[in-house]
Design a protein around this ligand. Sequence first.
Ligand SMILES: NC(=O)c1ccc[n+]([C@@H]2O[C@H](COP(=O)([O-])OP(=O)(O)OC[C@H]3O[C@@H](n4cnc5c(N)ncnc54)[C@H](O)[C@@H]3O)[C@@H](O)[C@H]2O)c1
Ligand SMILES: CC(C)[C@H](C(=O)O)[C@@H](O)C(=O)O
Ligand SMILES: [Mg+2]
Length: 347
Amino acid sequence: MKIAVFAGDGIGPEVTREAVRVLQALGLPGLELVEGDVGGAAYRKHGHPLPQQTLDIAKASGGILFGAVGDFSLDGLERHLRPEQAILGLRKELGLFANLRPATVFQGLEDLTTLRPEVARDIDLLIVRELNGDVYFGEKGMRQTAEGLREGYDIMSYNEAEVRRIAHVGFRAAQGRSKKLCSVDKANVLETSQLWRDVVIEVAKEYPDVELSHMYVDNAAMQLVKNPGAFDVIVTGNLFGDILSDQASMCVGSIGLLASASLSEGSLGLYEPIHGSAPDIAGKGLANPMATILSAAMLLRHSFGLEAEARRIEHAVAKALADGIKGGDLGGSHGTVAIGDAVLERL
Ligand SMILES: NC(=O)c1ccc[n+]([C@@H]2O[C@H](COP(=O)([O-])OP(=O)(O)OC[C@H]3O[C@@H](n4cnc5c(N)ncnc54)[C@H](O)[C@@H]3O)[C@@H](O)[C@H]2O)c1
Ligand SMILES: CC(C)[C@H](C(=O)O)[C@@H](O)C(=O)O
Ligand SMILES: [Mg+2]
């Protein structure tokens, strides 16, 4: 089994190292890890955030473990050379259109959240985020208005095929859980969202066992804090899913806990924490690697069908948390390596 490891920038290499140690400790037969450069690190070395050799490594692998990209000192580069283009390029080039971002409160650890424990207690939700379209990939640029003012623009659009394929992912995910799907949009204002809603309603006819509801994204942001336990599966577009998943992470406890899977039509997937390169704590050994370790579990489950091994990792993380192993993001004092050690001890 060949796994590509793209550590990236900032805390990316620190958290990825711990996830790799966990993968290695499982004794998986034929495990082969192949490293590749992405992000600002790749730009500095090769002049591009997503070099061809990295793409080749990705395509030759069965799954990709990704750290994070982003380097503020490179934010002045033309957009196509900025570090973030590595992750955007991989998602697009590899057809990784379905982003699964689960947010579940760890049992007995309701006090990790900044919400009141009785509000957070029931959180067990899954955000299904479309990852290949929306305002992220539309035409964009800078121009001048007739009055000579600078104007930035980004075209938001979805076609019906793009909405249909992510809607199916959402409905199937709901079928495997408690059969409730909430589609989040902004159909009261955006044509993109009206089409989204129309198509989701059409697809719903194929899933009579799933209860479909719709919610505007502003209300969804509010309900995620008011009554997060009421959500099961949320299906939404690229931009709304990005924002709501960071919010959901804090409902659970910390952005350092949330893993993700970005899936294609085939078995190739990319697995990464939902957080970024965290330049404010990079290089200090302070980052919580649990989100990346949990992403490695998702990799084993979704790309290699190794459910038992995935659960071993998830139980070890939950046990470490229950035993009081907490990073600074959770008000604790354990560093990156100490958290990795603690998970390894409990595998
Ligand atoms: N998929 C990705 O690679 C990805 C995702 C988000 C942001 N980014 C990039 O990362 C850079 C920083 O962005 P940002 O500051 O908005 O978001 P961020 O997620 O990097 O950090 C936000 C806050 O959360 C904290 N944090 C994040 N991960 C943590 C962890 N594992 N443990 C403890 N604390 C953690 C950070 O210290 C910071 O205070 C930017 O260049 C951005 O574009 C990349
Ligand atoms: C780094 C950025 C391009 C990325 C996104 O917006 O998708 C990140 O915020 C994420 O959540 O994975
Ligand atoms: Mg994000």
